[in-house]
Design a protein around this ligand. Structure first.
Ligand code: SF4
Length: 244
């Protein structure tokens, strides 16, 4: 996908762009009004939507249970690696019932390559047992119930709600979302829950789920962790961290 400097840029943000062409930091953030930051955040989303029109969850799944399993496995692991592991896991343990009664060693062997495999296996078995015991084997569709499942935190619950149930209750903050939110001057926070709370008033609710996919795509392709490619970034005129 081409990512030329002028690609997909919107109009009407000239002042915002110039005002924010400075290094990121709390000092720079304080100078920007809430309304200006909100307008800039929405322009960022609009441009990224044009650049990544097919942005979506890159984990492979066919139902909420499979997405829950895949998301637990994706901690500290790439989605590509998880997608290599889950077909065998889902074939061997298709339902919560099956995984709840699994031998830990067998699950550990299958998920080993995703890292932290003992803890992940413990979470998968605990989560499946809880589904069977408390929810008749059905993945619940509320934040309150989801975060009570073993191995499920707010991030995983947001992934489930947004992608499996089409509910926008929050914003998924993973490593890419955290990095881009900071570089783009949308938050000075480093804690995921605090970042989410800063993003929520800036982003229109219908965009809460897609935002994570857009930031993940842009983080992988352009705003990379070790060295962002600011020279080809479509946000470089409205990003306070741009090196251009
Ligand atoms: S690549 Fe550079 S300009 Fe683009 S979002 Fe990242 S830091 Fe900002």
């Amino acid at each position: 996908m081409k990512s030329g400097k002028g690609e997909g840029k919107g109009v009407g943000l000239g002042n915002i762009a110039r005002k924010n062409a400075r290094p990121v930091g709390q000092r720079g953030l304080r100078r920007e009004s809430k309304a200006a930051r909100q307008a800039r955040a929405r322009e960022i989303v609009a441009r990224l939507k044009r650049k990544y029109p097919n942005a979506k969850c890159s984990l492979h799944y066919e139902n909420p249970f499979q997405l829950l399993v895949a998301t637990i496995l994706s901690a500290q692991c790439t989605d590509e690696r998880v997608n290599l592991v889950t077909p065998k896991l889902f074939e061997r343990f298709p339902e919560p019932d099956d995984l709840a009664g699994a031998k830990p060693e067998e699950v550990e062997e299958i998920v080993k390559s995703t890292g932290f495999f003992r803890n992940k296996t413990k979470s998968l078995l605990g989560m499946s047992n809880a589904l069977v015991e408390r929810h008749k084997g059905v993945v619940p569709d509320t934040m309150t119930d989801l975060v009570k499942l073993p191995g499920v935190g707010r991030k995983t619950a947001n992934v489930l709600l947004g992608n499996a149930f089409g509910k926008t209750e929050g914003i998924v903050v993973d490593t890419h979302v955290a990095r881009l939110s900071g570089r783009l001057g949308l938050t000075p926070q480093t804690d995921a829950v605090k970042i989410e709370q800063d993003l929520i008033p800036l982003i229109e609710r219908p965009d809460w789920t897609i935002l994570a996919h857009l930031f993940i795509d842009h983080g992988r392709a352009v705003c990379k962790a070790p060295k962002p490619l600011c020279e080809v970034c479509i946000l470089n005129d409205i990003c306070p961290s741009s090196r251009i």
